[in-house]
Ligand binder design. Sequence first.
Ligand SMILES: Nc1ncnc2c1ncn2[C@@H]1O[C@H](COP(=O)(O)OP(=O)(O)OP(=O)(O)O)[C@@H](O)[C@H]1O
Ligand SMILES: [Mg+2]
Length: 410
Amino acid sequence: MSQPVERKAVLDALNAIRDPRSGRGLVEAGLVQGLVARDGRAGFMMEVEPGQAQLYAAVRDQAEAALKALPGVERAQVVLTADRAPAAGAPSSAHAHAQDHDHEPPVPPGTVRMRRGARLSADAQAQVMPPEQRPAPGLKPAHVAHVIAVASGKGGVGKSTVAVNLAAALAMLGKRTGLLDADVYGPSVPRMTGLDQEPGVTPERKLIPLRGWGLKVMSIGLLVDEASPMIWRGPMASSALNQMLNDVAWGSESEPLDILVVDMPPGTGDIQLTLAQRVALSGAVVVSTPQEVALIDARRAVAMFEKTHIPILGVVENMAFFTDPTTGAPIEIFGRGGARAVAETLKAPFLGEIPIEVALRQACDAGRPFVVDHPDSPAAQAFLAIAEAVAAQLDAGGELKPPPRIVFED
Ligand SMILES: Nc1ncnc2c1ncn2[C@@H]1O[C@H](COP(=O)(O)OP(=O)(O)OP(=O)(O)O)[C@@H](O)[C@H]1O
Ligand SMILES: [Mg+2]
């Protein structure tokens, strides 16, 4: 077995290389992000300003050579991205860095720890398309007819549950469907689908999505450690999302994808904006529980898509009610009907309500889409109806209505 990679030696070696712009060492200049240094492998992500990629290509090569020269390092990989807006060497927020939990030296601000023994091997990473070769922004991934986002303002309302089951239901309806987990802050698709193997790489250097449940699946969770703290700076998260969209073989000439469902992180931050600005989204599905607080956030999510001119395909009310197992009567734990009312006020379609089902939660935890396992259950029927409504809107294509104009009184 190879000797361990000394994290401190890695940081020192990288800091001995000068940032050509600031003159400081790479670590000091904040250019070393997402450092992995273990299992014979060393690598990191270097984000620079758009237009600086060429200048930094030499630095990347230098850094890779320096890493390879270190004892214990068998594979070195430096990913250069030129997506970020702020100046190189000035990480935007000092607090946004992951803390070490295993007594390793503290990492500099802006650094994110990648998954322990990352699933994506260094070989695979080395083959992924370099950023400068990626398609121009504002495009749909190749051979994908529609990209739709499943979003919410508030966390924990069931976006991922809806995204997984909506995607599986679309596949059951005969649509060639992909599922992209864009939740860099807490990816859950690998757990909910049971798909968490290392993805392969095509001869064209694209990642091959995992397959299961009639779906093609890719998750940011396959690139980072589930157990490590998921604190990302906005630009890093945006870069990662770009890579998930553009460097994954979602569709091919012979096997195009009809619909790519994107499970979004909660809120209206960088990831959502990246998706809205970089990708031609066909529309968004907004998920809410019937609680007032979730409804307010749902309105905000709708407003964000409205601002970026993305049609709202509709609103889903999740956890709408619970059926009393003895009497069969619906118990409205969080209230009921609020999301329908919000949809009406916003003139967005109301897509349906999903009851609270214990078996649905269990299916999520067991890594099996509920809609596949229990297609006759009320929740699965609701997912299938939602999928039909979404597919019908997408099939109608050009008839997608722009979202309503909304004014908030804040
Ligand atoms: N209708 C439902 N019935 C029972 N359990 C549900 C239902 N919807 C979601 N859950 C459970 O609630 C939890 C949160 O759901 P989920 O992870 O889908 O939410 P989320 O909005 O994606 O959260 P986050 O904002 O963290 O991404 C999960 O354990 C899921 O299994
Ligand atoms: Mg989620």
